[in-house]
Design a protein around this ligand. Structure first.
Ligand code: ZN
Length: 181
């Protein structure tokens, strides 16, 4: 999970299969987003679905406000983000760190450029939960975890949980020899 994912040059059947696996996994877990890295595939692909959450999201395409729900589930290939807003704190969890939940500081809104599932270019501005979720997933694609973005006090407070998770991951790796999720 610590390496930067490779860009997708062609939407191959394998990439399509990866997308459908990610969507199935995120929906089964009632998650808001999932990155290819989290299922052991270091490619620049992530999926987002904010429909499960009560937390508000905004989205703007070509300067027009649109309903984010009509773009869900969202598939982002090779996403590039430009921050557009002051950093704000908000709660975050991660399917790779069950039971860890912390306040993370991130720009309130971002401009997103990516390809969609069919390889068509996508550009929009978003805010609220959608912006937070996309930033969290794009971090995964760059080998960055949300625990890296916690302030020192929060990380100190969560140290016992983080150490227990690390021990569990090491034990799983030792017993199966498979890639970490
Ligand atoms: Zn995550």
């Amino acid at each position: 999970m610590r390496q930067k994912g490779a860009r997708v040059e062609t939407i191959t059947p394998e990439v399509r299969q990866l997308i459908s696996d990610l969507l199935e996994t995120v929906h089964a877990a009632d998650g808001v987003g999932l990155a290819a890295h989290q299922v052991g595939v270091p490619l620049q692909v992530c999926v987002i679905d904010v429909r499960q959450s009560e937390r508000p999201s905004t989205m703007e395409v070509a300067g027009q406000q649109v309903d984010p729900n009509s773009f869900m589930p969202m598939v982002l290939i090779n996403p590039v983000l430009t921050p557009a807003g002051e950093p704000v704190a908000g709660g975050e969890g991660c399917l790779s760190f069950p039971e860890i939940y912390a306040e993370i500081l991130r720009p309130e809104s971002v401009i997103v450029e990516a390809l969609d599932a069919s390889g068509a270019p996508l550009k929009f501005k978003c805010g609220g939960l959608l912006a937070r979720a996309i930033q969290h997933e794009v971090d995964h694609l760059n080998g960055i975890l949300f625990i890296d973005r916690m302030d020192r006090a929060t990380r100190e407070e969560l140290r016992p949980e983080l150490e227990a998770l690390q021990a569990a991951t090491r034990a799983r790796l030792a017993s199966t020899g498979s890639a970490a999720r």
